[in-house]
Design a protein around this ligand. Structure first.
Ligand code: P6P
Length: 336
C-alpha cells in the first residue's frame, strides 16, 4: 500500500525550495520549534501522571502564579532555540526581558539572523482541568547586522513576520503555521514522532454564526461592544442569527476552532483594561498573520493588528480576529 504523507520538515523544505536565496536557516529554525513542541506535548500529555502539576510558588512577569509546565515549556523552547544557533534574540511571555543570543556560527552566511517571540504555554490556567492549551510563536528577520540581537530587532511590526504558528495540545497535538504562502495544518503522530500534513492551504469561512468572548465582562465593555453582542444574539434567519457562543478560555483552542469552521474571537478593551488582556507580540501578531493568510481579518477594533508599531515586549492589545465579515461588522458597532 502506497503511504503518501508529508512530514512538517518535508513541507518546510518544499517551501524553502521556492526561495532560491534561502540558506535553509528558517527551515532549521522551524524544525527546532517543532522538536521543542513535541517534547512539550509529551509532558502535557503526561501531566496527569507525573508530578508536574501544581504551582512552583514563583510568579511570572505577568504576576500570575506559574505552573510547572509553563516553566518547563519555556525552558525547552529557550534551550532549543539557543542550541539551534539561528536566533539573535528570544522573547517569551515568561521572561521579563528579551534574551540576546550570540552568534554561534563562524560562517557569516549562517549567522543568527532571526528573532523569535513565543507564548510557551498559553491558557496554562486550564492545565489542571485537562482543557486544550497551546504554544504560539512568531518569527522575524533581525534588523541589526550581527552579534546578539537588540531591542529594535524585537519590536518590529507584525507585518514584518517571516513565519508564525501555534501548537494545540488537545485530544491530539496539532501544529498550524504560515511562512507567508498559505496556512498549513499538521497532526502529531506520536508513534513516529512526526507532524503529518492534514490540511494544506487552510482558509477560514468569510462569515460564520459563532462568537467567542467572555460575556462575564459585559458590564465593563463600552456601549458599542455591548450592542454588537446583543445584535448577534437576536434571531434573524437570513443573517444566521442568533450566533452560537463557543468560548474555551484558551486562545489557541478558540482560534483553531474558528479557523476551521469560521467564527469571531474578541477580547476587547474594557473599563478596567484599556488595552484588553492579550499580548501583541506573542498572541495577536502571530494569529493575525495566520488568519490573514487564511483569508480572515484581525484588528484592535479599528486598526490592522499587523500594522501596529510595538512599544514594549509585553504590551496588550484589544483583539478582534476571525471571519472577515464578522470582524468588519463588529468594528462597525464598536466604532459607532
Ligand atoms: P479570560 C488564557 O489565560 C488567556 O491568556 C487566553 O488563552 C484566553 O483566550 C484568555 O486568557 C481568557 O481570558 O479573562 O476570559 O479568562
Amino acid at each position: 500500500m502506497k503511504t503518501k504523507f508529508t512530514t512538517f520538515y518535508r513541507h518546510i523544505i518544499k517551501e524553502e525550495r521556492k526561495h532560491p536565496e534561502a540558506t535553509g536557516q528558517l527551515s532549521d529554525l522551524l524544525a527546532d520549534i517543532a522538536l521543542a513542541c513535541k517534547i512539550i506535548s509529551l509532558e502535557v500529555n503526561r501531566a496527569g501522571l507525573v508530578d508536574v502539576l501544581g504551582f512552583t510558588g514563583e510568579k511570572n512577569v505577568q504576576g500570575e502564579m506559574v505552573k510547572k509546565l509553563d516553566v518547563f515549556a519555556n525552558e525547552i523552547l529557550v534551550n532549543s532555540l539557543t542550541a539551534g544557533g539561528h536566533v539573535c534574540a528570544v522573547c517569551s511571555e515568561e521572561e521579563e526581558h528579551f534574551i540576546p543570543l550570540k552568534d554561534v556560527y563562524a560562517n557569516r552566511l549562517l549567522q543568527n539572523r532571526y528573532v523569535v517571540h513565543f507564548d510557551p504555554l498559553d491558557g496554562s490556567s486550564n492545565i489542571d482541568a485537562n482543557i486544550s492549551i497551546g504554544t504560539i510563536f512568531s518569527i522575524y528577520k533581525r534588523f541589526s547586522e550581527s552579534g546578539p540581537g537588540n531591542e529594535a530587532d524585537c519590536l518590529q511590526q507584525g507585518i514584518k513576520q517571516v513565519a508564525a504558528g501555534y501548537v494545540v495540545y488537545g485530544s491530539s497535538t496539532i501544529l498550524v503555521y504560515t511562512a507567508g504562502r498559505g496556512v498549513h495544518g499538521f497532526t502529531l503522530d506520536p508513534s513516529v514522532g512526526e507532524f503529518l500534513l492534514f490540511h494544506e492551504d487552510m482558509k477560514i469561512p468569510k462569515k460564520s454564526s459563532t462568537y467567542s468572548i467572555n460575556e462575564g465582562n459585559y458590564c465593563k465593555w463600552d456601549k458599542g461592544m455591548q450592542k454588537y453582542i446583543d445584535f448577534i444574539k437576536q434571531p434573524d434567519k437570513g443573517s444566521g442569527r442568533p450566533y452560537s457562543s463557543r468560548y474555551v478560555g484558551s486562545l489557541v483552542a478558540d482560534f483553531h476552532r474558528n479557523l476551521l469552521y469560521g467564527g469571531i474571537f474578541i477580547y476587547p478593551s474594557d473599563e478596567k483594561n484599556k488595552n484588553g488582556k492579550l499580548r501583541l507580540m506573542y498572541e495577536a501578531n502571530p494569529l493575525a498573520f495566520i488568519v490573514e493568510q487564511a483569508g480572515g481579518r484581525a484588528t484592535n477594533g479599528n486598526q490592522r493588528i499587523l500594522e501596529l508599531q510595538p512599544e514594549s515586549l509585553h504590551q496588550r492589545v484589544p483583539l478582534f480576529i476571525g471571519s472577515e465579515d464578522d470582524v468588519k461588522l463588529a468594528e462597525k458597532f464598536v466604532n459607532g
